[in-house]
Design a protein around this ligand. Structure first.
Ligand code: ADP
Ligand code: MG
Length: 600
């Protein structure tokens, strides 16, 4: 065995892999540098999803020729003047980004500092730095990165399709734009503008909310609550969406610590805690939260891409977030009213001997999957926020006409619909409570599967085609799957930049909120790999579709409709659980109910 020192170039290339794992990581570092340099306008251009070329141009402070040479040296930075790793006020600080990018690409940096008459540029090719030469440039910096990863072909293999990589770039720039709302951003991909964030006039709060609307959707500003809280020097600001504004993934939860975008588990967990029992477990609220705290209370130097942070007092941070969010949500009026009920039930329960709710698997084929996972109170006893509406707006219950013969059926005879959400049925020896939304979701899924297997999905022509405004990227995600969506019964066409028009929908959805459906699908597709087919993810697509179809929670059903729902469930395989694995119904045996009342 011989131990040898690796050549410097190899060391840099290995180190580069930790910081720069894809084009978006390079763009993030370059844009952060521009922000640190005080830029007011930052333009990003991509070719080949960023792999062939990335250009980042800014109007920041610029660099002298001597600085240019230092900037591409490892561990050279202008940002730690006192060698103080604690009080870090800039986004960068390690002096690693430029040398790392230069080690794995052909990079040209042209720059002209304020007050200088000329610009200079240097080139770095796979780590080899050339002498500065004069260049032409207004004040600021322009960095061009070509052929990213060409010296490390192994890494090229891990890159996804160009469109996917461009999507990650837009995502990274968006995150920074949500903090730096005094800076104008653009991103062009293959000559097309895919992100445009101008600086709007107005006071600071307006500017922030306007920018958030551009990222989180036009409906966000109208459905957002302002957060402003402080405890022991830790400040929390931002906007959070009402519980009713939810998405299928947590991708629309944006968190920032001292101006730095993070995806931190502690913070995400605190958000989940704050919205607990307000949104369904598989839905996620939309929000942007900014945490600002003294540098000595947080360590940002724990993660190579600086995405995670460590707090000195994580309990304080969690408490601040949960408290501030709960307070704001409670202040939103009746929309959060059910939290009170849930809390009260919890208290009442604490004073009782533990009730023995058990889920019974109905006779095949109505088997409840993973019944054991749901020993907790069934859905009917921890009503979601939406039920709060039904209490106020709908008659409390309707008695269904008795259908005596159906009492003998496994799911019994429908007796009432409560809160516009739960169908209560009487069986021979107990009560069945059906979550009509979850049940319908499963039925739609099975019907779509059957129709697909048979002769294709029946479509229903919309009398008035629906134009749906989406972001450029979201529209593209939808349009990339036009053919597949057509097979599933949704006829979509392009409609100018960032918009689509929907002409036909699957007939079995009934009356549908088409724009909301398309937006949710675009969100779903954001988490899909481009190569994954919708049929492979049919249950998720169906769940999203069913969420927007007519028999969702909140709709009043007649007795006949209720009984029809129960009978269809009995006839449909897997109908005991929805597409997300939640039960669609709960059965309480009389014996269980008697135990609850201490009769046994
Ligand atoms: P860091 O940002 O951690 O200091 P980088 O490798 O990203 O390390 O950058 C090295 C140095 O180059 C920075 O400290 C800064 O002085 C200079 N620099 C980089 N990008 C720019 C830019 N766009 N405008 C002005 N100076 C820059
Ligand atoms: Mg940097």
């Amino acid at each position: 065995m011989t131990i040898r020192r690796l050549p410097d170039t190899l060391v840099s290339q290995i180190a580069a892999g930790e910081v720069i794992e894809r084009p978006a990581a390079a763009v993030k570092e370059l844009v952060e540098n521009s922000l640190d340099a005080g830029a007011r306008r930052i333009d990003v251009r991509l070719e080949g999803g960023g792999q062939r070329a990335i250009v980042v141009a800014d109007d920041g402070s610029g660099m002298s020729p001597a600085d240019l040479l230092l900037a591409v040296e490892r561990h050279a930075t202008s940002k730690l003047p006192g060698d103080d790793l604690v009080h870090i006020a800039t986004l960068g600080f390690r002096g690693e980004a430029l040398p790392s990018i230069g080690a794995v690409s052909r990079m040209t940096i042209a720059s002209r500092p304020k007050g200088a008459a000329d610009a200079w540029s240097v080139e770095v090719d796979a780590g080899r730095v050339s002498a500065p030469v004069p260049a032409a440039l207004p004040v600021g910096t322009r960095i061009e990165v070509r052929d990213l990863f060409y010296p490390v072909p192994a890494r090229l293999k891990f890159l996804k399709q160009e469109r996917t990589e461009a999507g990650h770039v837009v995502d990274a720039v968006r995150r920074l734009a949500m903090v730096a709302d005094h800076v104008a951003f653009t991103v062009d991909d293959a000559g097309r503008n895919v992100l445009n964030m101008p600086v709007v006039l107005g006071d600071v709060a307006d500017r922030r909310l306007e920018r958030l609307g551009r990222v989180l959707g036009r409906e966000f500003p109208d459905n957002a609550l302002k957060i402003e809280a402080e405890r022991d020097g830790v400040r929390l600001t931002g906007y959070i969406g009402l519980p009713t504004l939810h998405r299928p993934s947590a991708a629309s939860q944006y968190l920032f610590v001292n101006g730095r975008p993070v995806r931190d588990r502690l913070l995400l967990g605190a958000v989940r805690g704050a919205y607990q029992d307000l949104v369904a477990r598989d839905r996620h609220p939309v929000l942007a939260l900014y945490l600002d705290l003294p540098a000595e209370l947080v360590d940002v130097n724990v993660h190579p891409a600086k995405a995670e942070v460590r707090f000195r007092d994580s309990g304080l941070v969690r408490g601040l977030i949960v408290g501030a969010l709960r307070h704001a949500l409670a202040g939103a009026g009746h929309r959060a009213a059910s939290t009170v009920g849930t809390a009260a039930l919890g208290v009442a329960r604490a004073n009782l001997p533990p009730p023995q709710f058990t889920l019974r698997a109905a006779p095949s084929p109505y088997r409840l999957a993973e019944a054991a996972a749901f020993q907790a109170p069934p859905p009917g006893f921890a009503a979601p926020a939406q039920a709060g509406y039904a209490v106020l707006e709908a008659p409390a219950a309707r008695i269904a006409e008795a259908e005596s013969d159906s009492i003998a059926s496994p799911l019994g005879a429908a007796r009432a619909q409560l809160h516009g959400t739960y169908v209560v049925a009487e069986t021979g020896d107990g009560i069945v409570i059906v979550d009509q939304h979850a049940a319908h979701e499963r039925l739609v899924f099975e019907r779509i599967k059957n129709q697909l297997a048979a002769n294709g999905i029946a479509r229903q022509l919309l009398l008035v085609p629906e134009v749906v405004e989406l972001g450029t990227l979201e529209a593209e995600r939808i349009l990339a799957r036009v053919e597949e969506l057509g097979e599933l019964g949704l006829l979509v066409e392009p409609f100018g930049p960032g918009a689509v028009v929907v002409r036909e929908v699957p007939a079995l959805l009934g009356k549908t909120d088409v724009p909301a459906l398309v937006r949710d699908l675009a969100d779903d597709f954001g988490t899909l790999d481009a190569a994954q087919s919708l049929k492979d993810r049919l249950s998720e697509v169906c769940a999203t579709m069913a969420c927007h179809s007519s028999v969702r929670a909140g709709r009043q059903l007649t007795g006949t409709e209720m009984n029809a729902l129960l009978r269809e469930m009995e006839a449909t395989p897997h109908s005991g659980q929805c597409g997300h694995g939640r039960p669609t119904y709960v059965e309480l045996k009389l014996a269980d109910i008697e135990r609850l009342f201490g009769r046994r």
